[in-house]
Design a binder for this molecule. Sequence first.
Ligand code: ADP
Ligand code: ZN
Length: 811
Amino acid sequence: MRAIAVAVPVPGLGSLTYAVPEGVPDPVVGARVLVPLGKRTLTGIVVGETHADRSPDREPADAEVKPLLSVLDATPFLPADVVELAAWVAEYYACGPGEAMATAMPPRAWIESERHAAITEAGEARLLAERGVRREALELLSGGRVASVAALTKKAKGVGTVLSGLEAEGLITLTTPLRGAADASRSVRVAMLTAQGAEPLDADAIKLGPRQTQALDLLRGAPDGLSVSDLANEDIPAESLARLAKLGLLTIERRRLERDPFEAVPARSVGLRAVDLTAEQQAAVHTLTSRAAAGAYHVALLHGVTGSGKTEIYLRIARAVRESGKGVLLMVPEIALTPAAAAIFRAAFGERVAIQHSGLSDGERYDQWQRIRRGDVDVVVGTRSAVFTPLANIGLIVVDEEHDGSYKQEESPRYHGRDVAVVRGRAAGALVVLGSATPSLESYHNAQNGRYELIALAKRVLDRPMAEVKIVDMREQYAAEGPEVILSAPLRDALAARFERQEQAIVLLNRRGFATVVFCRQCGETLECPNCSVTLTVHKAAGRARCHYCNFARPLPKTCGKCAGPYLEQLGFGTERVESEVRALLPRARVGRVDRDTIRRRGAIASLLASFANKDIDILVGTQMIAKGHDFPRVTLVGVISADVGLGLADFRAAERTFQLLTQVAGRAGRGEIAGEAVVQTLYPTHYSIRHACRQDYAAFYEDELRFRQAMRYPPAVALINVILKARTRHDAMEDAAVVAAAMRLPGFGAWKVLGPAPAPLGRLKGEHRAQLFIKGTQRTAMRKALLTVLDARPELKRRTVVDVDPMTVL
Ligand code: ADP
Ligand code: ZN
């Protein structure tokens, strides 16, 4: 029998063996195949041959090996090196190979069968006579809606168990259509008001729910309509739109998408102006181009202070590599937030650039992927998942802002784009350049111990000085002005002075919303999320209290839910409050705000940043989004409201993240001709992450932080695996975690340390209780293998376990 190994996108599942039927040629590695799995038909990727000559007791008998159903590609759909890379990811990050392959695939490349349910006439007739879950199921399908079983079970627990009964009684039908297609269409569903919908409504004749009213309001401001997914981002469910469509107030149509995927990337005047490199830049370009020309694997850490002109260096090496006939991959944390590098590459390489990031529509992503796969481009700019790009013959991989947390995927596969980039570079024999003003401890450690080459840029271009940083001790401010003060006197003065002189300012607070706590002065109750162990954040403009972890939202209460008292008070503050304080201080200033609440609509961030660049906004308030690699030459002041927001978190990277954020945001000031200043408000002026950030002294921070990591045995001193057990009760979660911890501690199992179990800092998240344990040691592979052995022996437990290798956050 000929057999192949196939990876299917099912969480936690290893690769599976299928027989190749007589007369079918062996499918190649990287080809897609349709295979049966239980009652389903799935698309899988061929990952290799299996050897039929293995010992008979380990190989299932021929009869048990099912034949594959069809071979979809005669040539590799995924290139062999990408298949290999994905297999490495699955192994290293302890997930199923199919999950990793799925990350490498363009959208809609899977052809998948799924059970779909639809109601029958008999079902409609019986609806009102039914009770409980059966009634719920019929209601969900009523009106001719067809829904996948998966979607139904998401909406109502237990529905999955009654469907076959309903089918047997003829109340519903269940079908398994093939979904998806080999080619993705470039279209989106767009909602548009009808003439009737655009008119003011007669509120007595038509009763609308709040979501429906909100949908109409949004659409009144959008003559070209809004996509259904944009509306979903504003919390307007498809059901509300369907109802409005039924009432004749709007229409929903499919519209072909012909957007420029670079739209989010503003073309910039600075892009292609020929500049004279500084001596430091020249030396860096010289070293790096000669490393690239050597054509062998090499990793360099480009540690350049903010404004030292790193992008220009990437560009020059990329040119050289491309001229030598090799491919270039530029990775950026988030394209809309770090537009400079993407824009410059676009301007420099034009048609030969493809772009890959999640902000594109499926169709655009698919098209870009195909262009790369066909070999029509030789430069790819993309975010995390672009590390799997099907670009051939890679000679250079640049990871810009390599310290950025968004390179780590916080769902399975929990891979780190930067680390996978290094692995890919090794396999390809390529030069890997990791660039940052604030390198991760891991990368700097690797540079210190000689695994990476360190290239430093200590000066800004054109001899511009670093911003001068002034620390404001908020304890003194509170003593002087009372505890309500948000903008300290020095910051108020600095903002007013900048506004007078028509210079621009940035104000950072890494916490969104208006207030962070709603508190009852009568009984002490606080407003908490029903699903997570956190308080709800007040969003004043939206009139809602919202959970920042699960997105649960409710209207702001007027009275306490516990004692019914009317004495509700709001404590704490976020960017929305800061914005209103700034407006109150300088009523004539034009103030903009960038945080996740203001940029939900596609393109919103780009237009806000463009307004700021055009001086249509004087003061920009925002979260860490405004701290990233933007280059606004007219910004001469950066204010940081609470520099210590992140320091209280029970996370070993808290100090590192604080240092990075402060250094990066201070680096936004003084990038033009006029020198810049930063005003940093804090309650802990002596904390080392704040002190060193204010002096922009990376080396000193690294030393202090490394000492802490070594003393506490955290990365990069050791390898760390975070294991989270999720359960319905806290007790169960702790008990399950204890089982895993005990098994990992068995004497003689290995030389690692197990810490825990303990309740996770976020003890409840999205309705699940969480307990965690840490495995620390120097042998990452052995640790991971032991953990998988422990979990594989307990499949029920494994399903509720999150394994995070090299975690970025441990909350
Ligand atoms: P970094 O990413 O290191 O913070 P950028 O690459 O954004 O810095 O460069 C900062 C600014 O300096 C950009 O506007 C860039 O065009 C400009 N620049 C880069 N190199 C030079 C140079 N040698 N001379 C003048 N301007 C330069
Ligand atoms: Zn929540």
